[in-house]
Design a protein around this ligand. Structure first.
Ligand code: NDP
Length: 313
């Protein structure tokens, strides 16, 4: 078949799991090919300071960390390609090749696949949110915060991401409302005390946005307080949604076993999925820890599992 290539290890995804899998598979002489997906570098490219990745005592910028992982991965021999996997047809028996379509035009036959496609931002799902995406509604303060210098914004959510976004925006914006749907926050105590001691962050408890309105851009939101059963308008210029993520498993749904929340199920404390030669690493298979360091460890384990699988064929 024209425009078809055979590879031993195909890695899908370019977050900490994908690049670490590339580093290990390269060193095992498996000549891995890695497709980055549309968001090269993954979720960490949308964060600011990463303080908890070991080896960086003063923290490291998320983009910098990912570009260093990419460089290391490439230097060791992974063929890193910017492109998107558009379709996957998995083999069934041990040793079968898996057929992978790239950008709807090229086909790769892969002996093994490491799925490291991560997770994506969740949205509120209210009708007016879609209308203003990119015009005042964002899921990434690091990407878009700059446009709201000196303005008033809100952040929705109460996990570490939301509080991190609020803290970041508070340095740029005149005022940040943090809209929390319960009477408590899920984020770590350290993040909570940072937010509580930031003068221009105001927490609005027990509330959810019911409408986002404006003209060319966002001009305000309506929020409903479910304890007082009241509705209030807040005038603001931007809405940052930080309410968690969902695993990117659409490509393999129906072919690989997923759990109730859509995460890939791995077996016997390995990265093996239920399909021979298909391995999963990082947030796509991790509903519990979802940390960069855990994803990197998953990438290492997946490459070692793939190596063993190929050696046994
Ligand atoms: P989480 O799942 O931890 O938090 C999601 C938050 O969004 C919760 O507070 C949840 O509320 C709220 N929420 C969910 N749906 C809605 C909705 N429809 N309307 C309003 N609020 C909603 O996600 P995060 O992205 O914050 O974090 C994911 C993981 O990444 C966590 O393990 C976190 O610790 C980690 N992380 C670590 C960082 C660090 O260490 N530097 C930085 C960022 C993330 P409720 O609590 O009521 O369910």
């Amino acid at each position: 078949m024209e425009n078809t290539e055979k590879v031993q290890v195909l890695i899908i995804g370019s977050g900490p799991a994908g690049y670490t899998a590339g580093i290990y598979a390269s060193r095992a002489d498996l000549s891995p090919v890695l497709y980055t997906g549309m968001q090269a570098g993954g979720q960490l490219t949308q964060t600011t300071e990463v303080e908890n990745f070991p080896g960086f005592p003063n923290g490291i910028d998320g983009n910098m960390l990912m570009s260093q992982m990419e460089e290391q991965c490439r230097r060791l021999g992974t063929d890193i390609r910017f492109g998107e996997v558009t379709k996957v047809t998995l083999g069934k028996e041990k040793g079968d090749y898996h057929t992978v379509e790239i950008d709807r035009e090229k086909t790769i036959l892969a002996r093994s696949i490491i799925i490291a496609t991560g997770a994506s931002a969740r949205w509120l799902g209210i009708p007016t949110e879609e209308k203003y995406k990119g015009y005042g509604v964002s899921a990434c303060a690091t990407c878009d915060g700059f446009f709201y210098r000196g303005k008033v914004v809100c952040v929705v959510g109460a996990g570490d991401s939301a509080l991190e976004e609020a803290t970041y925006l508070a340095k740029l914006c005149s005022k940040v409302y943090l809209i929390v749907r319960r009477d408590q926050m899920r984020a770590s105590k350290a993040m909570q005390s940072r937010v509580l001691s930031t003068a221009n962050i105001e927490i609005i408890w027990n509330s959810q946005i019911t409408e986002i309105y404006g003209n060319d851009g966002v001009e305000g939101v309506k929020i409903h307080n479910k304890v007082d059963n009241t509705d209030t308008d807040i005038a603001l210029d931007g809405v940052f949604v930080a309410i968690g993520h969902h695993p990117n498993t659409e490509l393999v749904a129906g072919q690989v076993e997923l759990n109730g929340e859509g995460y890939i199920v791995t077996h016997d404390n390995t990265t093996h999925t239920n399909v021979p030669g298909v391995f999963a690493a990082g947030d796509v298979a991790d509903p519990r820890y979802r940390q960069a360091i855990a994803a990197a460890a998953g990438g290492c384990r997946a490459a070692m599992d793939a190596e063993r699988y190929i050696n046994e064929l």
